[in-house]
Design a protein around this ligand. Structure first.
Ligand SMILES: Cc1ncc(COP(=O)(O)O)c(C=O)c1O
Length: 331
């Protein structure tokens, strides 16, 4: 029988092939498409046998759905502060925990700035914790010689509305662990796929996979130019710059006067917004925390994001963006 050229199966294989390019050790050997990245994190936790009463460490500044995913399976989030020089979970804080304190860890790469996967991976291995690498914002971003999503026990991608690879909705779970892959299959095959990606979504995604590298180059070029030519912006990035090969769909920086700055950006027609709400004040009935989560608080109050629509600007549109940003005077 002839196989259709474009199908979720083909997409699954292409995602795996792309993730394994140039990777020698422990390639991701299994990919399961799912209906969203959020569901991917929840199913990932289930596939790691995390359940009722277990504690899961997660950064207090993260996609709020990750906290919900932990709660939805009856587990309890343990909030960890963010890296003082980044946006993701701080490995030094994670390192303060004892092996029995938690069962698993969820770590996201945000705004094209990679989490310290080497330190996190090492700590998880030492303590025998499983970890989920949330690469929803950073599909196919090279980090420490492998692609985002292939460092953890399993990795999650999103094909949601605003993402670098988008089909409006959708996601994927990748792993090199055959037991995790079998558990995922058992969770999803009932016997029809309980959280499918459609052929139409696959058709939308396949050409984007081929173009992702070019889009990344374009975004990186815009970011480099903005950092070079808009001094207040490079100051506000505080030296935290996405690497040139980042999959960066939003450019993050910090501002003490976020509301007025965002109002000015909007007035200038620049697509910009704020970051996630920090979870440092979440009720103690919902979660535990390590320390005061000061960095999370700061990120929750100060993160501003310039959207990928502006970062993909080329030529005249890029000149205009630079000029608009240069005209903005911080008060
Ligand atoms: C870091 C992170 N994780 C997970 C998700 C969830 O992805 P989805 O929208 O596909 O559910 C998002 C979405 O914005 C995200 O930014």
């Amino acid at each position: 029988m002839l196989r259709p050229a474009v199908s979720p199966d083909v997409l699954r294989e292409v995602v795996l092939m792309a993730m394994n390019e140039e990777v020698a050790a422990e390639p991701a050997s299994h990919c399961r498409l799912v209906s969203s990245g959020s569901l991917g994190v929840e199913l990932g936790l289930r596939a790691l046998n995390v359940g009722s009463g277990d504690r899961v460490a997660v950064c207090g500044y993260d996609y709020p759905g990750n906290l919900r995913a932990i709660e939805s399976i009856g587990a309890r989030p343990l909030l960890i502060d963010a890296d003082p020089t980044g946006y993701s979970l701080d490995p030094d804080q994670l390192n303060k925990l004892n092996p029995a304190d938690i069962k698993a860890v969820v770590v996201s790469h945000l705004y094209g700035i990679p989490a310290d996967v080497e330190a996190i991976g090492r700590i998880c291995k030492q303590n025998n914790w499983q970890w989920i690498e949330d690469a929803c914002q950073t599909p196919l971003m090279p980090i420490s010689g492998r692609f985002a999503g292939s460092h953890g026990s399993l990795g999650i991608l999103s094909f949601g509305g605003s993402k670098p690879l988008t089909a409006g909705n959708g996601g994927a779970i990748v792993t090199s662990d055959v037991r995790i892959a079998s558990k995922l299959n058992a969770l999803l095959d009932r016997p029809s796929d309980a959280a499918p990606v459609s052929p139409l979504q696959a058709a939308a995604l396949l050409p984007q996979l081929c173009r992702l590298h070019l889009c990344n180059l374009q975004r990186a070029q815009t970011i480099a130019r903005l950092a070079d030519e808009v001094s207040w912006l490079s100051d506000s990035m505080l030296g935290v710059c996405p690497p040139p090969d980042a999959t960066c769909y939003k450019l993050a920086f910090l501002s003490h006067c976020r509301d007025s700055l965002l109002a000015e950006l909007h007035e200038a027609g620049i697509p910009a917004g704020d970051g996630f709400r920090s979870m440092h004040r979440s009720s103690r009935r919902r979660c535990d925390r390590i320390g005061e989560l000061r960095r999370c608080e700061q990120l929750g109050e100060q993160v501003c994001l310039i959207d990928h629509r502006a970062l993909l600007a080329n030529n005249a549109a890029q000149d205009q963006l630079v000029q608009c940003l240069q005209r903005i005077r911080l008060t």
